[in-house]
Design a protein around this ligand. Sequence first.
Ligand code: IPD
Length: 314
Amino acid sequence: MFRFACQRLLPLEKTSIRRSVSHVDVDQCAVEVCRLVDRAAEHLRAASGQMRVFETKLNNKDLVTATDREIEELLIKGLRERFPEHVYIGEEGTAGASTGRKLTEEPTWIVDPIDGTTNFVHGFHCSCISVGFWLNKQPELAICHNPTLELIFTARRNRGAYLNGEPIRTSGQTELERSLIMQELNAANLERCEHRDILLTNAVGMLLKAHALRTTGSAVMDMCLVAMGAADGYYEFYPHAWDLAAGALLVREAGGVIMDPAGGDFDLMSRRVLAAATPQLGNQMVQLLGDRQIYHRRDDEPPPKKTNSNSKFK
Ligand code: IPD
């Protein structure tokens, strides 16, 4: 199945992008990332059957496991061997601090080895490996693989979005009142009182207005659900670039919109996202949120001074 699912990312004809500084062969990137994600999924599947030992990062609800680090290393090391000149941004910092967290015109791989780590620790099957490839500040390739549920989402710019090799589209829903909305309620984000009020007030507002409010515990899964039309909208404050890099392309290629929760353009580094089946629905969600917005420290801003030995890169 993996091979069939990945066909959609692989070369149709010889397509490559010439740039002034270097030459990027997106086909080769697609072939390599498919090969590595397949291996990573095998690793995740094997680890899912074992007792999950975890550590904490920024606080006692921000979890990480050895599997997160192993998968990130497998992906980034493998990609880097093939594409040493590319830029790498990974959740667990195995890419090294030197690559930074800046989104530039350079070919950039953005990797979340396990999106939904808390789910993984608890054996709740909403976790996936998520890799996005960006070039000239635009998403080119996306692959999100949930090996436990056997869901493989792929997208390539201007070539559509797919689930297990079959084309997917957003629901086309235009009315918030008839929508199912995804919102992450991450306990780690509820620590600050003023943010807690905003998050909960927004959640209640969406719940009362829409058909239903749901949460999966994985930002990427939420976006995949919007892309396949199983959910109509999703918004979140605080997600990192690695949570969004692949999902953003999947939603776009499935016909949806991805924007800022206050309206305006989506900014991968802003730690803010709103995805919707249609622009009409997106605008209604923006209106409902109004000025109840959260602007957190951006991913491309320097991190605060270290307070915890485990919080090196987060
Ligand atoms: C987290 C999950 C969670 C979302 C957070 C993410 P992780 O990713 O996607 O649902 O609310 O914003 O950071 O830590 O499990 O990779």
